[in-house]
Every structure is written in C-alpha cells, then in structure tokens.
Write a protein of this length. Structure first.
Ligand code: SF4
Ligand code: SF4
Length: 347
C-alpha cells in the first residue's frame, strides 16, 4: 500500500517549490509541455503525486529528470502553481534521496550549513598554506594532487554509491528482471545525453540555452583534463597553455551570462533561484576566472610575489570539489544523464 506523507508539500518548499496545492488539475501544463509524452505524462502527474504526498512514488520516478525547465508550463498555469519550479524542486529533493551521506539534503535545506562548510574548508586551506610557509611550488604541487584525489575520492565514495541507490530506486525496485545485455546495448545513451544534452532542443527553439550549456560542458570537462592530466599550471607547452586560457575564459563568459540572466530574471528558468543555483554559477565563474589569472601570473612571472591569488583559487576549488560537485547542483548533470540511460533500459 502506498504511504502518504501529508506534510510533503511543506517539506518540498524547503527545496524551492511554490504553492503546488493551488493546482486544480486542469492539465494545461502537460498539454503545453513539448517533452511530455503518453508514457511520461509530466508535470501534472508530478504535481498530483506531490499534492497527495506520495513520496514513495516520487522517489521511484525518473520523470523529474526528463524536464529541462523551459518554463512553458509555469507560464501557462492558470493557478500560479509553478509546475516548472516544482519539477526543479523535485530534482533537488531526489538528489537528497539518492545521497547516502545525507549532506545533500542538509545543504539544500540550510544555507547556514553550506556557509559553515565553506568557511571550514577555507580555513583548512589557509591553515595548510601557512603550514607550507606559503611556498608557491609546494602549494601548486599539492593543488595538482588534490584535484586528482578529489575526482577519484568523490566519484568512488559519494557519486558511485549514489548512482547505485538511484538505480535501485528507479529501476531495480520497479521493473521485472532486466537482461544485462540491455544495459550494454543502451549504454551509449548515457554519454550522448551527458555530452550533448540533446533533449534540451525539444523545448529550446532558438537553441541559445542548448548552445550555452554545450560550451559550458565542453569547456569545463576539457579544463579539468587540461589541469589534471596535462598539468596546465606546471607545463611549458604553448599549445596546452593556450588551450587552458580558452577553456577558462569560455567558462567565465558563459557563467557570467547565466548570472546576468538570473539577476535580471529575464527568462522563466532564471525567475526563481534557489541558493544552490547561485552557488553553482558563481563558483564556476570564479573557478574559471581565478584559474585564468593564476596561469597569467605564472606567465608574467608574478606568482611568486602574489601567491594569494593561487590560495584564493585553491579555496574556491576545494569548496567546489567537496561541496558543490558531490552534494550540490553539479550532480544534476550526472543524474539526468543516468536517468536517460535508465529510462532506455526500463523501456
Ligand atoms: S496547469 Fe497548473 S493548475 Fe493546471 S494541472 Fe498544471 S499545475 Fe495544476
Ligand atoms: S518546464 Fe518545460 S520541460 Fe519542464 S515540465 Fe514544464 S514545460 Fe515541460
């Protein structure tokens, strides 16, 4: 028997949702959504399940990941129930359900917890830098190893177990036994959606948002590769240096466009910003900007006397890698891609 949580919509508000109880089930939102189909009839179904407090059904659902937040449904809703924002809030809530550490839910619900974690990490970096006598070589060396360890550690200990939990909730618990070969046959879906986010095109006629996201994904992933595997801050190769400059500048420019849109609230998608949305764009922007400046200081032979800029970069990097990537909005990129794959598997 399905379990009902009468306080669910109240709890969901802490993840960003608006007054979904205002919904009178007219169905306009589903009718207008270009990504909804007969098998996945959202957002109305998600609104209904939320209003009824059917937490278990929501936990088992992949539908919140199928929405790319164009906002059409919210514009059309006659009751201002903001179904688009509800889908976004459900994605945040699901992220918290998948996370075995419980930190994701805590950080989504409490800004104080996020700020405290950020301050603790910044203090840790400053303490470490002073213990190293602010020696530039040692700090650059440690920063490089930190990136490698953080990527491996976060993936193995946080993201991988969370993806397994997501699979158990959305595929394993809901479907008949699925042959293993089906997982292999459909595996490509994961990468196609991860790198191209092609589903966005279904609700982005101008392709502007899709293009910005594509540039951001490629710049981010290639900068990661350039700094971690090609040692951007330590190399003398002109082509690698130039590549890093282009990638970090691209990240900075695209994220600034996102920040401006959020400030102006010019589109439906940027109208409602949860603190996690701000943190994602601001930290990514700072990451691009500080990486660019650090490499510039190295090239101008100025880093030795201005090691503070690298320490600032390291603080942002540590906060990004240990808070935003494993527990914040970054995970949406990962879970969405896996949701597309799981959907194909379960079809
Ligand atoms: S359009 Fe608004 S009122 Fe109608 S079903 Fe969707 S959320 Fe409910
Ligand atoms: S925001 Fe767009 S994609 Fe998401 S449910 Fe609403 S209409 Fe569909």
């Amino acid at each position: 028997m399905a379990r009902i949580n009468p306080g669910f919509t109240k709890a969901l508000k802490r993840f960003g949702a608006f007054d979904v109880n205002a919904c009178y089930n007219c169905g306009n939102c589903t009718a207008v959504c270009s990504l909804s189909d007969e098998n996945n009839s959202f957002p109305r179904k998600m609104v209904r399940l939320s209003v009824l407090g059917l937490e278990g059904e929501l936990k088992n659902s992949l539908e919140p990941w199928l929405c790319y937040y164009c906002g059409e449904c919210s514009t059309t809703c006659p009751r201002q129930a903001e179904p688009g924002e509800l889908m976004m809030s459900l994605r945040r809530w699901l992220t918290a359900q998948y996370d075995w550490t419980g930190l994701s839910g805590l950080f989504y619900r409490s800004l104080t917890a996020v700020i405290t974690a950020f301050i603790l990490l910044a203090t840790g970096v400053l303490w470490f830098a002073s213990a190293q006598n602010f020696n530039p070589d040692r700090l650059l060396h440690t920063g490089h190893y930190f990136e490698m360890l953080a990527i491996a550690g976060v993936f193995v200990f946080i993201l991988l177990p969370n993806i397994i939990r997501m699979w158990m909730l959305t595929v394993y618990s809901r479907h008949e036994k699925i042959p293993v070969k089906k997982y292999f046959k459909t595996f490509g879906e994961l990468f196609v959606h991860m790198f191209t986010q092609k589903r966005t095109l279904g609700c982005d006629k101008s392709k502007t948002r899709w293009t910005e996201h594509l540039i951001l994904v490629f710049s981010y992933l290639s900068l990661l590769f350039t700094t971690v595997f090609l040692d951007w801050f330590g190399t003398n190769s002109k082509s690698i240096i130039a590549l890093g400059y282009i990638e970090s500048a691209a990240i900075f420019i695209v994220t600034i466009l996102f920040i401006v849109a959020r400030m102006k609230k010019s589109t439906e998608v940027s109208k409602h910003s949860h603190p996690s949305d701000w943190m994602f764009v601001v930290w990514l922007s700072l990451l691009g900007a500080t990486a660019f400046v650090v490499r510039l200081f190295i090239d101008l032979d100025m880093l030795e006397n201005n090691i503070w800029i690298y320490i600032v970069h390291l603080i942002i990097l540590v906060q990004w890698a240990l808070i935003i990537v494993p527990f914040g909005k970054w995970t949406h990129f990962l879970y969405r891609s896996f949701a597309m794959w799981f959907l194909k598997v379960a079809e």
